[in-house]
Design a protein around this ligand. Structure first.
Ligand code: HEC
Length: 109
């Protein structure tokens, strides 16, 4: 009986460890909400949205509503930064995160 319980616990631990790995593909929206939304959120109070409204026009201010951003351009801006926007290094935002972001920001086309 004891060993059956031990086996069950061990299996649960194994399953628990396996689950996050199975779902390792990051979700674009989660990445955006964690790394981008505080500057590119809706409303005109976040610096990215505000700056894009000033320089590109109101209709291009919100990244999540853009349909004109090329995947290559998004990758470039994220990796190199743009004026007051900081660059994100792979140790902070991985290539998998970046690809999920690109899919998220180009999904509505
Ligand atoms: C600290 C604030 C900040 C953060 C965090 C930030 N941005 Fe930006 N972003 C800006 C600003 C400000 C601009 C406008 C730069 C300029 O003056 O042209 C911008 C511009 C951009 C542009 C260019 C849009 C265009 O029309 O040329 C893209 C694409 C972009 N950001 C994507 C992202 C993504 C994706 C993230 C998250 C990984 C992110 N940004 C995080 C502040 C930020």
């Amino acid at each position: 009986m004891k060993s059956a319980i031990r086996t069950t616990i061990a299996m649960a631990a194994l399953l628990g460890a396996a689950l996050p790995a199975a779902g390792a593909e990051p979700e674009g929206k989660e990445v955006f909400d964690r790394y981008c939304i505080h500057c590119h959120g809706p409303g005109n109070e976040t610096p990215g949205t505000l700056q894009l409204a000033r320089t590109r026009g109101k209709e291009l201010a919100l990244l999540t509503e853009r349909t004109d951003l090329a995947p290559e351009y998004i990758r470039h801006v994220v990796r190199h930064g743009l004026r007051s926007m900081p660059a994100f290094v792979p140790s902070e935002l991985t290539d998998a995160h970046l690809e999920a972001l690109v899919r998220y920001l180009t999904a509505g086309r």
